[in-house]
Design a protein around this ligand. Structure first.
Ligand code: FAD
Length: 420
């Protein structure tokens, strides 16, 4: 049996482990566009400003591939899936076509940044940040003299992480966000406000409800970002308005919507072809909606299951809930499950929301319930107990459970009252 895995991020790497649990001997080939050793891209903002060394990024070493008897095709990009002949074409395809034949294929090419069509990528000083190569380009730009003012477009998780990194590097940072909230896919107004205040205390300027109109450049070098109400001088601009699955290279016969559509076994509509991680679109265990869940844990879990199934197992992929856990601007924050609705609008305060702590106490803790089941958890400040709550997602909350939550008597009373 020959397995070909395209992409050596967490999904591709976990698939190797999944395959080897069931098939110790089959041939495994992995196409590793970014180089042989997989790394933790979550640390890319820190790497960009020299807060972590390259050696700290790697999640597997060369011995991993030897131990699992994996052939790594490094520095190559797959550009086509040839369904009839069961093979992959590489951008730099040479005479070694047999190498790319597969019996089982895993698509694990992750995500890429969304870049609006009006943006001229040739203007010097305008960047996106997704991989190591991006962070090295930004680091080189930062070394030029006179780079003092950064404007970041998009205050999602990536934009906020970059803002923190740029600030600690010593830049003046302005963050522009179209929505009324930062991290609009995870935070409600209250949590967003807490995060904004913490950022502003560090001198980060946040502009919510603001859209970019254009970039101003002189001699093809960025000078400013223009919004409806201001011209923001900029020596560097980062576009962080979201990511989308890397599916353009995948044969159109493989069904897709936002991402590649897979069933609960991570199979696509084409026999022998699987998809896992940021590229795959699956059913959300809480809402039942078909979505792409671009988070690390999901990539690991799906990769492992896809690998096992490619090697003959018949496992359903584990239920993974949205989970963002982060320390930003001195605040701990955790958002689990569905804390805002699909359109990114924070649900209005209704009986379905239970506030366990208000910001006046120093922490904000909110549970979201639907039909009596816990579907969302949003904690800012004190995030203790949130790990337990992750395992309660999708389940009814009982009074017995609230006892486990170590609420103070006042908090427990309030929570019980709401549950009644
Ligand atoms: C700055 C940053 C911060 C993040 N923070 C968090 C966080 O706090 N929590 C969290 O859960 N997630 C976070 N994420 C998201 C998380 O990193 C991704 O969900 C995860 O990496 C997805 O894994 P994957 O294996 O599906 O794809 P990827 O990690 O993207 O790996 C895919 C690999 O495939 C390669 N590839 C792409 N196209 C081709 C091709 N045609 N041929 C060959 N190879 C190809 C890519 O170069 C890449 O190496 C963050 C991401 C970034 C960039």
């Amino acid at each position: 049996m020959r397995y070909v895995i395209v992409g050596n991020g967490p999904a591709g790497i976990s698939a190797i482990e999944g395959i080897r649990e069931y098939d110790p001997c089959g041939e495994i080939v992995i196409i590793a566009f970014e180089g042989k050793l997989p790394y933790n891209r979550i640390l890319v903002p820190e790497y960009m400003v020299g807060e972590v060394e390259e050696s700290e990024l790697f999640i597997r070493d060369a011995a991993f591939f030897e131990k699992h008897k994996v052939e790594v095709v490094a520095g190559q990009r797959a550009i086509a899936v040839n369904i009839e002949e069961r093979s992959i074409t590489l951008e730099d395809n040479d005479n070694n076509r047999d190498l790319l034949k597969y019996d089982r294929l895993l698509l694990a090419t992750g995500s890429q940044n969304v870049i609006p069509s009006w943006i001229n990528r040739d203007i010097r000083g305008v960047f996106t940040l997704w991989d190591k190569a991006d962070s090295l380009k930004i680091a080189a730009h930062l070394e030029h003299t006179g780079i003092k003012r950064a404007v970041i477009i998009g205050a999602g998780l990536l934009g906020l992480q970059a803002a923190r990194a740029f600030k600690s590097y010593g830049l003046d940072v302005t963050l522009i966000e179209k929505s009324s909230r930062v991290m609009p896919a995870q935070l409600d107004e209250v949590a967003s406000e807490m995060l904004c205040r913490a950022a502003e205390k560090l001198g980060i300027n946040i502009c919510p409800n603001t859209e970019v109109k254009s970039f101003r450049s002189v001699k093809n070098k960025i000078e400013a970002v223009e919004t409806a109400s201001a011209i923001l001088p900029a020596d560097i601009v980062l576009i962080a308005i979201g990511v989308k699955p890397n599916i353009d290279w995948v044969n159109n016969a493989i069904n897709r919507e936002q991402g590649i559509l897979v069933n609960e076994y991570l199979e696509t509509n084409i026999l022998g072809i699987y998809a896992a991680g940021d590229i795959a679109q699956t059913q959300d265990p809480l809402s039942g909606e078909s979505t792409v869940k671009a988070i690390w844990l999901n990539a690991i879990r799906q990769g492992k299951t896809a690998g096992a199934n490619m090697a003959g197992a018949r496992e359903k992929h584990a239920r993974v809930f949205c989970m963002n856990s982060i320390q930003l601007f001195g605040l701990s924050l955790i958002a689990l499950g569905n804390t805002v609705n699909r359109q990114g609008l924070a649900p209005k305060i209704t009986n379905n929301e239970q506030i366990l702590n208000y910001p006046s106490s120093g922490s904000y803790q909110k549970l979201v319930l639907s039909g009596g089941n816990l579907v969302g958890v949003l904690f800012v400040g004190d995030i203790r107990q949130s790990g337990i709550l992750y395992h309660k997602l999708g389940c009814p909350l009982t009074e017995g459970y609230l006892g486990n939550f170590h609420l103070t008597s006042g908090e427990a009373l309030m929570a019980e009252e709401i549950l009644r």
